[in-house]
Ligand binder design. Sequence first.
Ligand SMILES: *[C@@H]1O[C@H](CO)[C@@H](O)[C@H](O)[C@H]1NC(C)=O
Ligand SMILES: *[C@@H]1O[C@H](CO)[C@@H](O)[C@H](O)[C@H]1NC(C)=O
Ligand SMILES: *[C@@H]1O[C@H](CO)[C@@H](O)[C@H](O)[C@H]1NC(C)=O
Ligand SMILES: *[C@@H]1O[C@H](CO)[C@@H](O)[C@H](O)[C@H]1NC(C)=O
Ligand SMILES: *[C@@H]1O[C@H](CO)[C@@H](O)[C@H](O)[C@H]1NC(C)=O
Ligand SMILES: *[C@@H]1O[C@H](CO)[C@@H](O)[C@H](O)[C@H]1NC(C)=O
Ligand SMILES: *[C@@H]1O[C@H](CO)[C@@H](O)[C@H](O)[C@H]1NC(C)=O
Ligand SMILES: *[C@@H]1O[C@H](CO)[C@@H](O)[C@H](O)[C@H]1NC(C)=O
Ligand SMILES: *[C@@H]1O[C@H](CO)[C@@H](O)[C@H](O)[C@H]1NC(C)=O
Ligand SMILES: *[C@@H]1O[C@H](CO)[C@@H](O)[C@H](O)[C@H]1NC(C)=O
Ligand SMILES: *[C@@H]1O[C@H](CO)[C@@H](O)[C@H](O)[C@H]1NC(C)=O
Ligand SMILES: *[C@H]1O[C@H](CO)[C@@H](O)[C@H](O)[C@H]1NC(C)=O
Length: 816
Amino acid sequence: MTGCRWLWWFGLVAVVATAAVGGASGGNVTYDGRSLIIDGQRKLLFSGSIHYPRSTPDMWPSLISKAKLGGVDAIDTYVFWNLHEPQPGQYDFSGRRDIVRFIKEVQSQGLYVCLRIGPFIEAEWNYGGLPFWLHDVPNIVFRSDNEPFKFYMKNFTTKIVDLMKSENLFASQGGPIILSQIENEYQNVEKAFRDKGPPYVRWAAETAVGLNTGVPWVMCKQDDAPDPVINACNGQRCGETFVGPNSPNKPAIWTENWTHFYDIYGNITKVRSAEDIAYQVALFMVKMNGSYINYYMYHGGTNFGRTASAFVITSYYDQAPLDEYGLIRQPKWGHLQELHAAVKLCSQTLLYGLQTNFSLGARQDAYVYSGDKGECAAFLVNTDGVNNADVQFLNRTYQLPPKSISILPDCKTVAFNTDKVSTQFSTRSRQLAVKLDSPEIWEECDEVIPVFDDTSLRSDLLLEQMNTTKDASDYLWYTASYQQSEDSQSVITVQSRGHVLRAFVNGVLIGSGHGIYRNTSFTLETTVALNSGVNNISLLSIMVGLPDSGAHMERRAAGLQTVSLQENQVLKNLTNYSWGYQVGLLGERLQLYTEEGSNNAQWNKFNSSLQPLKWYKSKFDAPEGTDPVALNLGSMGKGEAWINGQSIGRYWISFLTPDGSPSQIWYHIPRSFLKPTDNLLVLFEEEIGNPLGISVDTVSVTKVCRHVSDSNPPPVASWKRETLNENKDNGRTPKVRLHCPSKTKISKILFASFGSPSGDCNNYALGSCHSTNSRAVVEKACLGKKMCSIHWSDKKFGGDPCPGTPKGLLIEAQCQ
Ligand SMILES: *[C@@H]1O[C@H](CO)[C@@H](O)[C@H](O)[C@H]1NC(C)=O
Ligand SMILES: *[C@@H]1O[C@H](CO)[C@@H](O)[C@H](O)[C@H]1NC(C)=O
Ligand SMILES: *[C@@H]1O[C@H](CO)[C@@H](O)[C@H](O)[C@H]1NC(C)=O
Ligand SMILES: *[C@@H]1O[C@H](CO)[C@@H](O)[C@H](O)[C@H]1NC(C)=O
Ligand SMILES: *[C@@H]1O[C@H](CO)[C@@H](O)[C@H](O)[C@H]1NC(C)=O
Ligand SMILES: *[C@@H]1O[C@H](CO)[C@@H](O)[C@H](O)[C@H]1NC(C)=O
Ligand SMILES: *[C@@H]1O[C@H](CO)[C@@H](O)[C@H](O)[C@H]1NC(C)=O
Ligand SMILES: *[C@@H]1O[C@H](CO)[C@@H](O)[C@H](O)[C@H]1NC(C)=O
Ligand SMILES: *[C@@H]1O[C@H](CO)[C@@H](O)[C@H](O)[C@H]1NC(C)=O
Ligand SMILES: *[C@@H]1O[C@H](CO)[C@@H](O)[C@H](O)[C@H]1NC(C)=O
Ligand SMILES: *[C@@H]1O[C@H](CO)[C@@H](O)[C@H](O)[C@H]1NC(C)=O
Ligand SMILES: *[C@H]1O[C@H](CO)[C@@H](O)[C@H](O)[C@H]1NC(C)=O
């Protein structure tokens, strides 16, 4: 992961001085110590990562517009080298790879682009984005001062820069790209390259700058990024951890503000709260003078096909502000939108004003910005993670919740507090659309377990897996023909460097094993009955994505390492035996997952036998409507799924998290993969699965909820307007708005309480004060509507239910 982010502050004096010194090369985009400067103006920018190949071109316009609505100014994407140059000199920019189309879509919606070329990107992407053919370039050492690597890196970087230039996409040409990135988090591995590291960093910076894009370059997690390249911070807590730019003339950029963390098989999703994100962003802005913050990811999407790196699940950053399907995730999206709006209200003062900071208490600070025309903006910070704090600021008292920041665009009114979520919450759910539970609609076909005689690739050693498959498949068969003089019980021990093993002897599964993320090695030891005569040993070694990071990726190894048989006291070491190899599955070679290829096999009627390694196929009609579609594979084991010939990714249901549930049950089927009827679904199942449990589901937001109260007032998005209208309604007046997304309407009020409801939208109950009119008032205002607004006043609810008590209004509604 990596990203582009900055945030910085400079006093007026410093501003004038640094602006004169100026920073980077570049026609219309430059920078100073405070921020990027676009067409002469300092900019405070929020950016969101959206990776074009992790969604489909028909999703791009809506993802970008939702990001824009969320207050994002720039879209950040990596460039995925191995998608674009699958063979040396052969380029592919079609379909999901159409980066020019993606950038033009961003441009047409008026947003900027941060282009993170890498071209090593990590990104939880297969081989960190490097094409596997690089592995076979003689004498290559990746990401080092190594001529072969530098040749190909420069070649591809130039190709991309030239492509962007030919389409006039750099800001210096009138295009949207304001920033580019070279390399990625190199400092993490630099030491391993000893004296070959620093010259490589210098070379990478010089090469990038020499491409004359006219816009600045960043390196993230590279504290010593050479001038004029800007060093940027990646992480969840750049507000606390960033060392800062390495020159006073460079702005503070946060390239990857992780909105949570990617998921791997076996881990429980760690959700990062909207409150924590907002706190760290605001802190970065004031403490680090940050002026550019990128959310990694704003939309994560899907690792289609075999693009996920080792042990990374198919769904990518589903917890981001836009979820895997592109649906708005609330309250995260809305809370950040309000943060952006509050910051934008004061951005001129922040960028051009004079900053002072002073203490408001033991663990409370004020950061105040003042402009030369009397403008004033303040951020009040409470770093105490446990206690509320009442602070005095300019003769007023403010209550700051634990670990929170209040933003006062006029130094008086709190437009936003990072800990107070008053935006709408929403609940996403899946509805069953098509059941595939009837045996008649399924056909199946056994994958052939090859024996030694079937193989043509031979070696007297156990071959390294990646070097053998060239990543053409996850699967590599190691076969041996083992002669035995009499029937016996033996113990077979197989050591593997990764990732998964399914061992067969004479066509029967005798055991399976697998490694885990970042510890991919494991040993399988099991007893096996051997016949007298020839025994066919067939070991299927399976990868779950190539590595994506670390020094010397070109030397990493996977696949079987040693094989031995122990019979009574006799050890037979088969490691240097005569092995025969088959790369990939027969079904893959025949392309059983395509309409045409599926005719290459004799399919049988479904039978529920407990035989592993099976292909299954069925057909289904697309669910009506436009809601996103997902395949529920909860009844399956491990494998891959295809829709109309396109892989929707690997699935691994049987790898449970510590709480006993699969890491991912639903697998996104983009609408554009579907036809109205007769969609071909093909699965390859390695274990024992039950396809009759599979269903095609739709995904939508079915419930919305909102909670506002005297201490948690409505949002800032309309802050200015509402301040102006303040007198129209008595006191706490702004309206509480509720709205159902896409084509749904409010069909039912699930809860409504004007009074002192307890808890929040995640967990609420009636409090001691409750207006009995609550439900009736809310139903009248909302039922049957897409959106409703309710004045939040005693009058509206027929009188004050409990004079003197602070009040709130909590509504939960069903959308249908
Ligand atoms: C931020 O800017 C202010 C005002 O110019 C300066 O005093 C402060 O040292 C800067 N902070 C950092 C972390 O650079
Ligand atoms: C950007 O800079 C170029 C040359 O430096 C100039 O020709 C062009 O007019 C500038 N564009 C804008 C929008 O200022
Ligand atoms: C990349 O290398 C190929 C030869 O492998 C060469 O034909 C091509 O011109 C190079 N492209 C660039 C942009 O250097
Ligand atoms: C997975 O969980 C382990 C144990 O909680 C944790 O140390 C690790 O950081 C997690 N990895 C990822 C990628 O989330
Ligand atoms: C102002 O902020 C800087 C940077 O966070 C900090 O080092 C300094 O102690 C603060 N000054 C006061 C008076 O709080
Ligand atoms: C705060 O109050 C004091 C005393 O009432 C007054 O002298 C001072 O001007 C006030 N300061 C501001 C910023 O309003
Ligand atoms: C890869 O395989 C080739 C033969 O196909 C062999 O010459 C080479 O040494 C192998 N490289 C590695 C790293 O295993
Ligand atoms: C081993 O494979 C050979 C070749 O396919 C086959 O003829 C033989 O029956 C197999 N032996 C066992 C014990 O399955
Ligand atoms: C990696 O896995 C192996 C086998 O499961 C285990 O013995 C070893 O302790 C693990 N290493 C680490 C660092 O967790
Ligand atoms: C078998 O031979 C390999 C290669 O020499 C060795 O690494 C391994 O330890 C041996 N296995 C046993 C059980 O002795
Ligand atoms: C297996 O072959 C390797 C490499 O040729 C050799 O180093 C090792 O000693 C051999 N092991 C046995 C058990 O023969
Ligand atoms: C990073 O983003 C998270 C939310 O994604 C936010 O809480 C945090 O404050 C941000 N950090 C910085 C330094 O921008």
